[in-house]
Write a protein that binds this ligand. Sequence first.
Ligand SMILES: [Zn+2]
Length: 351
Amino acid sequence: MPLSPIFAHDALRHRLAGALTRGTMPGSLLLHGRRGTGKQRLALWLGQTLLCSGAPQPCGACQGCRYATELTHPDLYWFFPVPRADISDSSPEEALAFMRGAMRDRALDGGLWGPSSGSEGLFVEMIRALVRAAASSPAMGRRKVMILGDADRMIAQEGSDQAANALLKLLEEPLPDTTLILTTSEPGALLPTIRSRVVAVRVAPLTPDELREWAGSDAVHARLGPVGNALLERASGAPGALLSGTAHESADAHAQLWLKALRGDAADRFIAVLSEKPAGARGGFADALDALEGVLHARLRPSVESGADATALAKAQDAVDAARARTGHNVNPALITAQLLRELRTLGING
Ligand SMILES: [Zn+2]
């Protein structure tokens, strides 16, 4: 089964395809933007475009395109966060075989996937596999494409220094036959040494109309059934939010707790802060921030449309953005929550 068709991001795709035609495509790219906006799907589209032998690229009909969209192309590598136990102590060959299987599973599963859970990561075994694969010759075409999804989830482990250094070297001087595409929703969480070696490209959320059209497309409808307006609003331009299943629900519940604390008194807010996990739960915490932003965003639109002063709501969204940036710097979630709730109260957001 192929990936579900690429959707939206037309202007950006046009820009990337143009760079490819002109021969100005950088060797290392970083696609960044809010969680669930389709950055990894876009990276796979770019991979297909780079591996296509037809015209105009991607033609969608050649062998390269077919294998790429079925996620079986031997020169298309896609590493994304997985549970620790699945990859622990694997050799590079084993880790690569595991990722090939995981890629195929995503294609078989309807070509749609939700966000990684907070407990999944990119472990040193995978980075070693990526570095090893980058050194090999292309199997089918003239080049290889390597995607590192959610690159901020690289886990520092014993022995990871060497792998990280090898990756940095690869990003700095990509082999002429290799394109590296990193994606992240938390660029602040990436090592500055990585950020400085890649060309950053921002991926915008979908417009409300685009999201609605995406949700109504065959592949998505088959997976999710009809999607109501409330859910579409809450996803605020991030298709991935609709695919996140229970992770989405728990992020929502987390955000609702914060809103409840904002409605209550100082003691309620104190309890909300105390109940945050101290550290190491960045994924789940960031999801909750996304959910909170979705709620604020949903309030912002009607108030803008009715001509009301939406300054406070817009500032509240900035405060959530700032909180998200702080998660990237490994600040304790309880401290981030305390500051965020204080700022939102000052802005008059009372739940
Ligand atoms: Zn093609």
